[in-house]
Design a protein around this ligand. Structure first.
Ligand code: F6P
Length: 556
């Protein structure tokens, strides 16, 4: 059955009608006042993650329509096609099977279509590679002469491993320093090389394609440095993580760990690309990481849509993007260990769903990926939360909080309680706003109007209160809560996001698994680079030519 694009379903029109009939004026404060059971109705447990969705602009009616939309778009069939190994990445004619990387060897569920697609064979290869990769990780961990690991990779070959290594620092028992070099700006590699000695360093060249300019440039420079410093034994000091083992061999690297074209770059941290994570937390920890993700896979694959957390989040994303018109989502992890979480999610969601045509290549008459942005709380509170509370634009916020501190609480008493108080307070403030004594808060329906400023002074010696001090409230947020940030809970949290991106992409009828939009700039850079030396501006637009002239023929 061919999936139906969302805007061609009856539910799409019904959702529009629902919004016009009152959904646009939905008020969270009234919703809680009306329904004492709202928290229970709009929150749920999923593996390793508790989610409170009750502070979102939904009610039973809109949620039912969103679920109808999912069914009318064939979401369940699209999900099952992925798990059956169908080639759902149509523009690249590839299956999408990152879930297989975290399947336990005992996985039994293979549906009939999976047999045709030879999933069991693929899984057998996964297990062999995983065993080899984890054995190597343990060998490196035990090798006292190796003090520094340098991961050279970019995009999915950097963001996921880097985010996870930082997130799981509490579990990092290897005693190794792990560095990440991604940018082609030589300053990044230079500042890491300064800290290294060749005999103590293991370079991991992480690249699915083994062609990416940034990674290849950094890898060549690292190899040159290694040899110039008297380093010997490339086989011991360089390993490649790639689907293109032949190119790695040509580069001179013989220690290689492979993966497959059915693993998208931004979904690859479960594969050999996860080697830095495995070196940091060990083989057993990495298996727990996979197990947490697998638990979320099973939840997504089997739970009824009504209680399926990735589905509920993905539908909320569609509701906000296409009906409320919210163009961004702010990511607020209240955990400094999750400080790269927003950057990681940016690639996952915006590279997956930043698409303007449907699966058939037809332009879409509706919006797709929102902009994702954010910083760890509480830092964000002292930067852009002003705009979240009082700006003219409504930005749904996604909080992540962790019940148990990642540090020993007795060593630093009070910190974690203050952190948790802040995340609860921010979610509360966004919803409640502040009903200033001098006037009622302004709802989201009239975001830019504000109340007339009125002279006051009773809350602190300013000339004005009124509009300046009003918080409109009714600003939506989602609250994800982990008991503790562990390999398993992080795995589940990541898989939750992967599947939620799948859900919105499936509803929109786009291909979430290609990324043609990154190609044009790469091609143009290849044309421009020699012009920096030659000064040739022929055929260029006036601005690029002008900037090239300004740069002269200096950079080497
Ligand atoms: O430029 C985008 C991209 O292709 C990403 O999708 C990918 O994660 C990244 O580049 C790195 O690619 P590779 O792992 O092949 O070096």
């Amino acid at each position: 059955m061919k999936p139906v694009r969302c805007d061609r379903t009856p539910a799409w029109g019904e959702l529009t009608a629902c919004l016009e009939a009152g959904g646009r004026n939905f008020d969270l404060r009234d919703a809680f006042a009306r329904d004492p059971g709202r928290f229970e109705a709009f929150s749920q447990d999923a593996p390793h993650v508790f989610a409170d969705l009750s502070k979102n602009l939904i009610d039973a009616g809109s949620q039912a329509l969103l679920l109808a939309l999912a069914r009318q778009c064939g979401l369940e069939q699209q999900r099952d096609a992925m798990f059956a190994g169908e080639r759902i990445n149509r523009t690249e004619n590839r299956a999408v099977m990152h879930f297989l990387l975290r399947n336990p060897p005992s996985a039994q569920y293979l549906p009939a279509q999976a047999a045709i697609n030879k999933i069991a064979d693929a899984q057998a290869e996964v297990e062999v590679t995983l065993d080899a990769m984890l054995a190597y990780a343990e060998q490196v961990r035990a090798d006292e002469a190796i003090t520094d690991i340098v991961n050279i990779g970019i995009g999915g070959s950097d963001l996921g491993p880097q985010m996870a290594v930082l997130a799981l620092a509490e579990f990092a028992t290897s005693g190794k320093r792990i560095h990440f070099v991604s940018n082609i700006d030589g300053n990044e590699l230079a500042s890491v090389l300064k800290q290294l000695k060749p005999a103590g360093t293991l370079f991991l060249v992480a690249s699915k394609t083994f062609t990416t300019t940034e990674t290849m440039t950094n890898a060549h420079s690292a190899k040159d440095w290694f040899e110039a410093q008297g380093g010997q034994d490339i086989a011991r000091h360089f390993a490649a993580l790639t689907t293109n083992v032949a190119a790695a061999n040509d580069f001179g690297i013989t220690t290689t760990f492979g993966f497959w074209d059915w693993v998208g770059g931004r979904y690859s941290l479960w594969s050999a690309i996860g080697l830095p994570i495995a070196i940091a937390i060990g083989a057993a920890g990495f298996r727990q990481f996979l197990a947490g993700a697998h638990a979320m896979d099973e939840h997504f694959r089997t739970a009824a849509l009504e209680g399926n957390l990735p589905v509920r989040l993905g539908l909320l994303d569609v509701w906000y993007r296409n009906f409320h018109g919210f163009s961004s989502r702010s990511i607020a992890p209240y955990s400094s260990a999750l400080r790269r979480w927003p950057a990681y999610l940016q690639q996952l969601e915006m590279e997956s769903n930043g698409k303007r045509v449907d699966q058939d290549g037809q332009p879409l008459p509706f919006d797709t990926s929102p902009v994702l942005w954010g910083e760890p709380g509480t830092n964000g509170q002292h930067a852009y939360f002003q705009m979240l509370h009082q700006g003219t634009t409504v930005v749904p916020v996604e909080f992540v909080a962790v019940k148990q501190a990642a540090h020993a609480p007795d060593d630093l008493p009070g910190h974690h309680g203050k952190l948790l108080a802040n995340v609860l307070a921010q979610a509360q403030a966004l919803m409640h706003g502040k009903r200033d004594a001098a006037g009622p808060p302004q709802g989201n329906a009239a975001p830019s109007g504000g109340s007339e400023p009125h002279a006051v002074g009773e809350r602190g010696g300013s000339m004005f209160s009124g509009g300046h001090r009003d918080f409109p409230g009714n600003r939506p947020s989602t609250f994800l809560l982990l008991e503790r940030l562990t390999p398993a809970s992080l795995g589940a949290l990541i898989a939750l996001q992967e599947h939620r991106v799948f859900v919105s992409g499936a509803i929109w009828g786009i291909n979430s698994f290609d990324q043609w939009g990154v190609e044009l700039g790469k091609v143009l850079a290849r044309d421009i680079e020699p012009r920096l030396l030659s000064g040739d501006v022929s055929g260029l637009d006036g601005s690029t030519a002008g900037l090239l002239r300004k740069l002269g023929s200096g950079p080497a």
